[in-house]
Design a protein around this ligand. Structure first.
Ligand SMILES: [Fe+2]
Length: 334
């Protein structure tokens, strides 16, 4: 199965597409309370008549394991990535790469990261940009493991994945990609919460300040900054108030939304929920992608098939996102 699009990584927009994008952008620019940075307007985004296109994929919530053939499922997803035309230029992961490092023995966690790396090496030659999820953190709830244990916390994943920092950014054809680590230790029943630490927030604010105001930005993190999926989950409404826990949605969303508005953040990608939504808010599109593993390799989750995001971006700051069902059939559906 191929996606509609270009047959090369570069194409020109038709006049009709440019007019359509301009109309959408004009609507966005007139929304009250959503003034964006200089350059983030319809007219500036549609001046370019020869837009370069490149494609990347967003693979989140892989949860690799040998049980339920999760290893074969991940290999199939990567094979599907390689078969896409146009071919993606890199893979952005969304965290929860393994299942699970959070509450297992050191041996089990190491086996899973070894398995993850082997499947990647055997099935794709694309660059893979790692992102940490809560299940990638070693030992926060493992019996007999503490902060003196080798690889404790984020160290094991970062070591296996070759990460020198858990928050980082890179540039690709004029776009800046921020990959954030929004998993923090917490004294709640799950042992973690979503949000950046004060040091990470400072780093992000500084890095955004150093990013040109018009440069298009993609942010990728595990726990969503905002998501509408919460409204469909039982137990979120109590005593007449919606209550979203900060391990479902990032607790620092208010401060970070303000930060993002200061720059040209076109797209914010997340995972964690194993469902899908898309929110347009103040010039940024927030996409929560479905999981590569669906319902932890037991079939689709709440009707969302096992899959990943395919994103085609253009140098005028616009993009297309499609959710790609790579055709996995669970061995035993829940
Ligand atoms: Fe997950």
């Amino acid at each position: 199965m191929t996606l509609p699009g270009t047959d090369a990584t570069q194409r020109e927009w038709t006049r009709r597409e440019l007019l359509r994008a301009g109309a959408a952008g004009a609507l966005l620019a007139t929304m009250p309370g959503c003034a964006g940075p200089a350059g983030n307007t319809a007219s500036s985004r549609t001046q370019t008549h020869h837009s370069r296109v490149f494609r990347f994929v967003h693979l989140t919530d892989i949860h690799v394991q040998r049980e339920l053939n999760g290893d074969k499922g991940f290999a199939k997803a990567l094979t599907a990535v390689e078969a896409l035309r146009p071919r993606p230029e890199f893979i952005l992961t969304g965290g929860d790469l393994v299942f699970d490092a959070f509450e297992v023995t050191p041996q089990r966690a190491k086996e899973l990261f070894t398995l993850y790396k082997k499947i990647v090496a055997d099935n794709t030659s694309l660059t893979v940009h790692p992102c940490l999820g809560n299940h990638d953190i070693f030992g926060w709830k493992s019996p007999g493991v503490d902060s003196r244990s080798p690889g404790y916390g984020k160290a094991m994943a970062m070591d296996y994945l070759g990460m020198s920092d858990s928050c980082y950014h890179f540039d690709y054809h004029g776009w800046r990609f921020f990959v954030l680590d929004n998993i923090q230790s917490a004294a709640n029943e799950d042992g973690y919460r979503g949000g950046l630490s004060p040091q990470q927030t400072e780093w992000l604010a500084d890095a955004l300040r150093q990013t040109p105001a018009a440069q298009p930005i993609v942010v990728c993190e595990h726990i969503p900054l905002i998501t509408v999926t919460a409204f469909a989950h039982e137990g979120m409404m109590t005593d007449g108030a919606w209550r979203f826990r900060d391990n479902f949605v990032c607790g620092d969303a208010t401060a970070r939304l303000k930060l993002l508005r200061e720059r040209n953040v076109r797209l914010s990608l997340s995972g964690h929920i194993h469902e899908r939504d898309r929110i347009e808010y103040c010039g940024t599109t927030f996409i929560n992608d479905g999981a590569v593993c669906g319902a932890w390799w037991k079939g689709p989750n709440r009707g969302v098939e096992e899959g990943f995001g395919v994103i085609d971006v253009r140098d005028d700051g616009s993009f297309d996102h499609q959710y790609f069902d790579y055709g996995w059939q669970a061995v035993a559906e829940s």
